[in-house]
Design a protein around this ligand. Structure first.
Ligand code: MEV
Length: 318
């Protein structure tokens, strides 16, 4: 039986998380060392419309029809079927696997949707443009996470570093020098949607201060774009530290993340900050390649449950 499979990488946010929800620019890069995969095969013995979903990593083994209509997997499949003009799906089995930690700031939900949308389109025998894949994943994120900016689905679909402003076409970003990053997982799971909702309440209650912090983050992202394009890595680290301080001032960090950021800097990182939704999940440290091992070691001693080293090259394939 032919299997149609597709993958999608994880992502990290270098600058501008949360501020991007409010129209400020942000920078994100794909992380190919973690991936979501969807494999679709025909199930000719099952009746038309019977979609069997398996995700062994999370213990899911069910018929699509038995999941609630607002489940993100159901949304991804029904939105894709409607986009492909397929009123009744042929019987099939869908197997989902992922090495992307969940609720950790890696964009796991968007990556799963994107792998699923791509594999389903391949199975049906139709091509979807990147723009359509990204938009379908955005629709799933919208119904599931409240008010996403669109940065996660964009960076993951296109698989390259992006300078992103909500509602505008993204700008591909080509680093003049490779950027070596150490990622540390605090081990604390955190729902991005919940933190985004908290930040909205803060924005309503303390509008001026929150707006000023967002504007400063936007300015950091603009400066970072120039430094990345010029290959000025040292200065980039300082901007990351300032971005982390601003996120902290908005209560988006946590003691665990602050400890990891401090440990990375003490071990020689050029800069460090939380990445993604915050209050848990990942932090990132910009390092020189030779110091990556020492920074990883320091992060583990400071409580990181997992670490990864990733390099952002000028041309990053998805
Ligand atoms: C999540 O990866 C980034 C946030 O800014 C949310 C969003 O942009 O949708 C926290």
């Amino acid at each position: 039986m032919t299997a149609f499979s597709a993958t999608a990488s994880g992502k990290i946010i270098l600058f501008g998380e949360h501020a991007v929800v409010y129209g400020q620019p942000a920078i994100a890069v794909p992380v190919n060392i973690v991936q979501a995969r969807a494999v679709v095969t025909a199930a000719p013995r099952s009746p038309a419309g019977a979609v069997h979903l398996m995700a062994p990593d999370v213990g899911l083994d069910t018929l699509l029809a038995d999941l609630p209509a607002d489940d993100p997997l159901v949304l991804a499949i029904t939105l894709t079927a409607s986009q492909l003009n397929i009123p009744r799906l042929p019987a099939m089995e869908i197997r989902l696997t992922s090495t992307i930690p969940v609720a950790a700031g890696f964009g796991s939900s968007a990556a799963t949707s994107i792998a699923l949308i791509r594999a389903l389109a391949a199975f049906i025998g139709q091509r979807l443009s990147q723009a359509v894949v990204s938009d379908l994943a955005y629709q799933v994120e919208c119904r599931h996470h409240g008010n996403p900016s669109g940065i996660d689905n964009t960076v993951i679909t296109y698989g390259r570093p992006v300078y992103f402003v909500r509602g505008q076409p993204f700008e591909p970003l080509e680093p003049a020098q490779p950027l070596t990053l150490v990622i540390g997982d605090s081990g604390v799971q955190s729902s991005t949607g919940a933190v985004v909702a908290d930040v909205r309440r803060l924005h309503e209650a303390q509008n001026e201060q929150t707006q000023a912090a967002f504007q400063s983050m936007g300015e950091l992202a603009r400066q970072a774009r120039t430094l990345i394009q010029a290959g000025q890595v040292d200065e980039l680290g300082r901007l990351m530290n300032r971005n982390h301080a601003l996120l902290r001032s908005l209560t988006i960090s946590s003691p665990e993340l602050d400890r990891l950021v401090d440990a990375a800097l003490a071990a020689g990182a050029l800069g460090a900050k939380l990445s993604g939704g915050g209050r848990g999940g990942n932090m990132i440290a910009l390092v020189t390649e030779p110091s990556a091992g020492a920074v990883e070691k320091a992060l583990r001693s400071a409580g990181a449950v997992r670490t990864w080293v990733t390099t952002v090259n000028a041309k990053c394939k998805g």
